[in-house]
Write a protein that binds this ligand. Sequence first.
Ligand code: ATP
Ligand code: SKM
Ligand code: MG
Length: 172
Amino acid sequence: MKKIILLGYMGCGKSTIANKLSKNIEIPFVDLDKKIEEKVNLSINAIFEKYGEIYFRKLEHEVFVELLNLPEQLIIGLGGGTPCYANNHELLKGDNVVSIYLKASIETLFDRLSHNKNKRPLIANKSDAELKEFIAMHLFERSFYYNQAQYKVNVDDKTIDQTVLDIVAILA
Ligand SMILES: Nc1ncnc2c1ncn2[C@@H]1O[C@H](COP(=O)(O)OP(=O)(O)OP(=O)(O)O)[C@@H](O)[C@H]1O
Ligand SMILES: O=C(O)C1=C[C@@H](O)[C@@H](O)[C@H](O)C1
Ligand SMILES: [Mg+2]
């Protein structure tokens, strides 16, 4: 059974869209960030603080591979950085997965993230001006990896339901 993988920058809507998609197509959703937190019984913030980002990236790769190796069909929502480390982008191309990049503009991401920074250690301490600059640079650096996905769905100016329907059409 193919795994359905949603990927994209922090705040593009992976968790939100995956939850709704899961109800719509009746395939369970697992959020990689949540699985990581459960595995070590620490929040993402605490993992970054206690052990640093490199440890987090190793753990993230390990848990991603574990999920891909499960026999059942699943929707997997990746973390924002997952495709960009540990050669995880190669895992987006296999026959055993359908990978979908939820593509959001800098403006959309800024609007969503500026209200919602605290649980995201990479941006938690940034001012609005710093945040906008950071998103622009970071998205530029990460786009190469995000573009390894098999499909791309633009999410700007779409409701959650519209984006879900775009994904359902890809899966049909
Ligand atoms: N049309 C929309 N589609 C998706 N999310 C939306 C939309 N409009 C507003 N939002 C909001 O944007 C935020 C998207 O955050 P969400 O946590 O789903 O993103 P994420 O990609 O999982 O981020 P992270 O990588 O940090 O986990 C949520 O607060 C959600 O309610
Ligand atoms: O974009 C990133 O690198 C991250 C995104 C989140 O989903 C978490 O996986 C973590 O905060 C790192
Ligand atoms: Mg999420």
